[in-house]
Design a protein around this ligand. Sequence first.
Ligand code: ATP
Ligand code: MG
Length: 564
Amino acid sequence: MRLSTYFLPTLKENPADAAMASHRLMVRAGLIRPLAAGIYSWLPVGWRVMKKVMQIIREEMDAIGAQEFQLPALNPVEIWQETGRVEAFGDTLFHIKNRPLVLAPTHEEIFTTIAKDNIKSYRDLPQIWYQIQTKFRNEPRPRSGVIRGRQFFMKDSYSFDRSFEELDKSYGLHREAYKKIYTRSGLKFFIVGASSGAMGGTGSQEFMVESPDGEDTCAVCDSCGYAANLEVASSRVKPVGRLEASNPVEEIHTPNIKTIDQLAEFLKISTERLAKSLVYKADDSAVLVLMSGNDQLNEAKLTAALGKNAKAMEPAELAAFTGANAGSIGPVGLKNFRIIADRRLEEANELISGANKDDFHVAHIDFSRDVKIDGYFDLRTIEAGEQCPNCGHALRIVNAIEIGHIFKLGTKYSVSLHANYLDEAGAEKPVVMGSYGIGVERIIACHIEQNHDESGIKWGVSIAPFDVHLASVNMDNEDVVAAAEKLFTELTEAGIEVLYDDRRGVSPGFKFKDADLLGMPVQVIVGERNLKQGNIELKIRRTGERKVVPGAQVLDEIRNLLRN
Ligand code: ATP
Ligand code: MG
């Protein structure tokens, strides 16, 4: 490709709104241009990268026997109502104004409908179906460039099996395929246990790239390899347990006490026996959540425990419900609430909590005597340094970007959409499903996050837009131009992808800056001085290493460099 005619607008200045390196560099190196918040156009050089990533994905999906589809992004809203996901997605789902249609944020509903209409018997199973397609999500805070877009490409696939054992097999195939896809895309990544969210399911894992800018937080054990999203991570924490003394409940006056620490100080006790009350609303019912002391509630764990999304109750609504302010709520004598508690408080006694009237608490609460707890769940957010649940080693907490998610759905969608099959004995059974997603843009952005410096991108060969950046330093020198043209033809004929900077009237310094910004793995510099000795200069972008090689050896040398 000749840069003189190629549409590749590079920018010297960073875009003002870009906090992440990948965002800045993708705009500056002419891969993308913003159109609106979370919406980007892909320019030719960016689209080349996109196609290479998609090719890697296709090859690895095809290798596990998956078959490529292309479904419509425009979906009748009724199908989404049938599975309850109009509510589950809430504001994230884009609705069309003048028709009962939505823009699909994912495709479980549509693929399951195809399975329902076309899969009849056990002989039709198993199946793995996939597509690489545009998804739409009305993300509340689209930031970080293409990492969180309102329109983005997802590879989504769906497995259909006869049994949960066979689902395990399809899931395993995906897990291995994903490892290959990310490895071939040049990413350092790790895999974590993940939350299945409000939609149930029987297990899921996420593929993560560590990054200080990541919006996910994960616990990692460097000793045994345990890794989990904080939404499901657990640690070895001591239960609060029972004390020997077991006194009757007693109301105590606690004037002007606002925080757990103030209360502990006032009562001269440790914070862990203070059962902190948090009030949530799920659908229209009120839920009281009890946590020990300063333990932080994890809302994803709460969603999983309730099987639906919950929202913290607003202070005004809370006062109307209970007649007290947030700091005074407690489980004793509380009516019209479902009460659940963190597992640390299981069967604990001698607890203190709010009295449901301002400035009073109740002491000596025994959860097995004074309160009807609907269930104990793991609800707390673990903290750095707590012990790994498997081996006891101190856990590290890292920020990460989710680049993929594999999910054992089970029969959730096949049951709600009636996707059944007849087994060997002629009995009707729901198909057992899995779903699996890859964020295509996130692969590209994370690749840049892991491979760049001050001057620009350092592409790995597998997804670089071009293998070689060829620059002729002086377009006014006939010998230089002739040598560069000859190299361009030779390399191209050898199957090497070359971006050839043949621009006139552009200074060598400017050309070198662009070459570093654009970041092709190998730079080939044709300059007067080296050419006089019959030599060409090569620069390896990743290491900065330079080599001067005789013209006749350039092709072999480049082949070598690209191979390694
Ligand atoms: P997140 O938690 O980051 O919002 P998610 O869990 O909602 O993502 P999934 O429904 O699991 O996302 O979608 C599968 C994959 O699609 C994700 O692992 C991620 O790589 C990618 N993805 C999701 N949302 C976006 C987005 N708004 N922009 C770009 N890629 C996305
Ligand atoms: Mg996910």
